[in-house]
Design a binder for this molecule. Structure first.
Ligand code: LLP
Length: 400
């Protein structure tokens, strides 16, 4: 990929996505489940640009959505309704109503209270809502605490006994159709054992539900497959599929996956230009035009992203790469070995295709970056850079 050319053509800061890499990842994961009924529902939150979602739609993917906004994006991007899933702990009544009216594949329920709301709204609509219940298997996924979800200490899902009660209630309701079961223990998972254990617990529940005549069609294992940011050992998609399928012997059930990061993270690059170098005593800072409002992962999780100094060589020394935002927490990397840099040199922050742009903000009245897709050697704009006018558009009319 010619980052310099892209930076000159579209300016910086800039997100660039390699769609062919996304295809490769999708095919690898899909291929691992070959011979089994399986649906990969792309976790839209990882990178919700319409053109990215459209790309997955063309590959045959479904969509896992966590707000009605994401559901609408999935529809707009051309994902068929029978491949759209709606998850999340706090769905509003309007969101539930729209999801039922749009007749999506199923709604993932995360509490008793939510089951009641969905039942009530389906009744009002004279409909039957297809539901799945998110089970919290109480498994430690061994990942960053902010992205760990499968422990009872986390807000997600319900325990096994509650799930059972909810399934029985759904089964006895005219307005609910229990079709699936869901679990997602965390994100950026690099160990297989917790995945296998969680899958076993959930599969056992599926069997015990069968015994009371509740036959589920979808076994939704969530997302979470980790990727290499630095030197992590990652899980091979084949081993991942085998670990899950191994727990499903004797069950005729469609496996649903909700991968996000695995499909898009290493397809994405964040391009930023050096503005200044400075030293405070011995401490070296490289000040760039991208900031925490563009890519918050380093500030929020202390996440590591590989940084490439394009066409720069020579002796290196440690520097913090910081942005123009007025926060000490505004950094893209800390103590990173970099060669001497000058105004306009280009830095490429790797692995930025998941939870990058989407977690961005307009903090400090900074317009969000443009996004560019590269496919078969051709680049194209898929979101234009935000202007000052865009940022004030919703406020201007209220100025007295
Ligand atoms: N399904 C559910 C129910 C989820 O909660 C998530 C992610 C996914 C699927 C997709 O997980 P993935 O395959 O991308 O790991 N902002 C954080 C990650 C938050 C993940 C939230 N849930 C980060 O930048 O690391």
């Amino acid at each position: 990929m010619n980052f310099k050319e892209l930076a000159n053509k579209y300016q910086t800061p800039l997100y660039v996505y390699d769609l062919d890499y996304m295809t490769k990842q999708y095919e690898a994961l899909k291929g691992a489940f070959r011979g089994r009924k399986a649906l990969l529902a792309y976790a839209v939150k990882a990178n919700s640009n319409l053109s990215v979602v459209r790309h997955f739609a063309k590959l045959g993917a479904g969509a896992d959505c966590v707000s009605i906004g994401e559901v609408r994006r999935a529809f707009l991007a051309g994902i068929p309704k029978y491949k759209i899933i709606f998850s999340g702990v706090g769905k509003g009544d309007d969101e539930i109503r729209e999801a039922i009216e749009r007749d999506i594949l199923y709604i993932n329920l995360e509490s008793d209270g939510e089951l009641e709301r969905v039942e009530m709204i389906a009744k009002e609509l004279g409909a039957q809502a297809r539901i799945s219940i998110r089970v919290n298997p109480n498994i430690d996924p061994k990942t960053h605490p902010y992205i760990s979800t499968g422990l009872h200490a986390n807000k997600f899902g319900v325990d096994i006994n509650t799930a059972k009660r909810m399934y029985i209630r759904a089964k006895n309701s005219q307005h609910l159709d229990p079709v699936g079961i869901h679990s997602h223990i965390g994100s950026q998972l690099t160990e297989l054992d917790p995945i296998r254990e969680a899958s076993e617990i959930v599969a056992d529940l599926v069997r015990s539900l069968q015994a009371i005549d509740i036959d589920l069609k979808f076994f939704d294992v969530g997302g979470g497959l980790g990727i290499k940011y630095k030197d992590e050992t990652t899980i091979d998609p084949y081993d991942y599929a085998q670990a899950i399928l191994g727990t499903l012997t004797g069950l005729d059930i469609t496996v649903v996956g909700e991968p996000g990061r695995y499909l898009t993270a290493n397809a994405g690059y964040f391009l930023t230009k050096v503005m200044y170098e400075k030293k405070n005593d011995d401490k070296r800072f490289v000040i760039v035009d991208g900031a925490m409002n563009d890519l918050i992962r380093p500030s929020l999780y202390n996440a590591y992203h590989y940084v490439e100094a394009v066409d720069k060589e020579g002796e290196t020394s440690r520097a913090d790469i910081v942005g123009p935002v007025c926060e000490s927490g505004d950094f893209l990397a800390k103590d990173y070995e970099l060669p001497a840099l000058e105004h306009d040199d280009l830095l490429v922050i790797h692995s930025a295709g998941a939870y990058g742009f989407g977690m961005g903000s307009n903090y400090n009245t900074r317009g969000r970056s443009a996004e560019v897709a590269v496919e078969e050697g051709q680049d194209r704009l898929i979101r234009r850079r935000e202007t000052f006018e865009d940022l004030i558009a919703l406020e201007k009319e209220f100025l007295d």
